[in-house]
Design a protein around this ligand. Structure first.
Ligand code: NAD
Length: 486
């Protein structure tokens, strides 16, 4: 597959305008399927980050004073350009991230829908007048743009993780410095190039690129600089906690979208075929590398044997390969280390009594490819049940009662997504209320929409992306008490 619009394959970062690192140093972006370099980008650090913040602060004074119509029109034009270039953007994403081309196209189109939605949402009235506590007063509550934000994003959804932050931020009148993952910066850069083509004034969005070694230097500036008003971070819980501690020293607003450990429960009364389809998708999409990916599967005893036989048949049909090949269901993992993690999880599970039903080792295609794997007889002590697997490994447990499975499902420090399949109306209410998670998939795994708030309970995060909640995350609330009016 070739990229038609070659300009989308960027070799510079954007600080106000396209630029190199001050010392001209670069780093390589690798294709996880071939382990070959697909390009180089500026290896930036603290000085470039400071400059990006200064430029974003200047741009903020202009951007916040534009009309909502002006901002919304740019968001809409940007969305159109993304859709026009979706095939090229998808090739870039698959080359740097590994996911299948079909998934990449889906992610690109879905990312653009955040621009459509926030272009409209920004026009809704926000704020209110309240009865005052004195007769000569009026009380007015208004929302204002928060200021300059920094968005730090992971590699698993290189487009979506940026766009679901940047769309509400721009709609609210904020400017943003983006720090994408060092593994997948090409997609965010291509997207921001299209924003500029759509008429976004320079400086409103900057993209700083840097390798793994330079990342903490960039992070230190972003979390401490007094002109940064908000950090929106998406990534692992450990990194999120570390950055939150630093950002708290200057009391920055924060939204944190962190790790998950989603339970997937199938009750005896469920539609088994629907549950099987949902499980395959929620577990093996993006090779299992999603924060909302199923992590632990609980099957009720009455349907257990039947379910397992049918599930294994489906898993064994999944075709592993280079994501650029059209008929592939699952691409490589992001790195060789990710494959090593999988091996450790499987070893630990089998030592603790797990039963390997299929897969279990690296795929013959190469070191970062892994076989879709299923382990039954799973238990809470096994490593992959305690932490986020982030790979194509399904851990299955049998359960007896509703009460028992709720306890098992909630036994995690995380609380992002939870899924269950049941056709019992009363049970549906009980279970959805009892699960401690920010997102509940009830007889479905496709809940993604820009209209709904996305975020987690417990150590899965703070704040929400999407929905009207996502816009408020980029606003300050001001209370005006106006006196002496009699
Ligand atoms: P990560 O925490 O390693 O990195 C995330 C981002 O933080 C990257 O851009 C990385 O370069 C940056 N980073 C790391 N150390 C930093 C530092 N000292 N200063 C500044 N930036 C720093 O996570 P990852 O491996 O890229 O992504 C996988 C994780 O992301 C998983 O835990 C997954 O669940 C989570 N995730 C969560 C959501 C959600 O919506 N809750 C969505 C996608 C991914």
């Amino acid at each position: 597959m070739i990229i038609k619009n070659k300009d989308l394959l960027c070799s510079k970062a954007i600080i106000g305008d396209w630029c190199n690192a001050f010392d001209k140093s670069t780093f390589n972006i690798m294709n996880p399927a071939t382990n070959e370099s697909i390009g180089t980008l500026p290896n930036m650090g603290e000085h470039e980050t400071i400059k990006a913040i200064e430029i974003a602060n200047e741009a903020f004074q202009m951007w916040k004073n534009q009309t909502v119509d002006f901002r919304s029109n740019i968001l809409r034009s940007w969305a159109e350009l993304i859709r026009e270039n979706k095939d090229d953007l998808a090739v870039i994403m698959t080359m740097e991230q590994g996911k299948t081309i079909k998934e990449s196209i889906g992610e690109i189109v879905y990312s653009a829908s955040f621009l459509d939605w926030y272009a409209e949402e920004a026009q809704r009235p926000i704020g209110r007048m309240m009865p005052a506590h004195q007769t000569d007063q009026k009380i007015l509550i208004t929302h204002e743009p928060l200021g300059v934000g920094a968005t730090i994003t992971p590699w698993n959804f290189p487009a979506l993780m940026v766009m679901r932050e940047v769309a509400p931020a721009l709609a609210a009148g904020c400017t943003v410095v983006i720090k994408p993952s060092e593994l997948t910066p090409l997609t965010p850069l291509a997207l921001v190039k299209l924003a500029i083509d759509a008429g976004l004034p320079l400086g409103v969005l900057s993209v700083i690129t840097g390798d793994k070694k330079n990342t903490p230097k960039i992070g230190d500036v972003l979390t401490s600089h007094l002109k940064i008003n908000k950090i929106s971070f998406t990534g692992s819980t450990a990194t999120g906690i570390m950055l939150a501690k630093k950002a708290m020293e200057s009391v920055k607003k924060m939204s944190l979208e962190l790790g998950g450990n989603a339970p997937f429960i199938v009750f005896d009364d469920a539609d088994i075929d629907a549950a099987l389809t949902g499980l395959i998708s929620s577990k093996y999409r993006n090779s299992g590398q999603a924060c909302v990916a199923t992590n632990r599967v609980f099957i009720q005893k009455g349907i257990y044997n039947d379910f397992i036989v049918k599930f294994i048949k489906k898993v064994e049909l999944l075709k592993v390969g280079n994501g650029l090949d059209a008929d592939v269901d699952m691409g490589p993992l992001i790195s060789i280390e990710a494959s090593e993690n999988m091996e450790n999880y499987i070893k630990d599970s089998l030592l603790k009594g797990g039963e390997l039903l299929t897969g279990g080792k690296r795929h013959k295609l190469g070191k970062s490819f892994f076989e879709p794997t299923v382990i039954a007889n799973a238990s809470d002590e096994m490593m992959p049940c305690q932490c986020e697997i982030f790979g194509p490994l399904t851990m299955i447990q049998k359960f007896d009662s509703e009460e028992e499975v709720i306890k098992l499902a909630n036994n995690s420090i995380h609380g992002l997504a939870a899924y269950f399949y049941s056709n019992d109306r009363k049970r549906s209410w009980r279970v959805s209320e009892a699960l401690k998670a920010g997102i509940i998939g009830e007889n479905t795994v496709s809940f993604s929409t820009p209209r709904a708030p996305f975020g987690g309970y417990k150590q899965s995060g703070i704040g929400r992306n999407g929905g009207s909640e996502g816009l408020v995350e980029w606003q300050e609330v001001k209370y005006r008490c106006i006196g002496d009016l009699n």
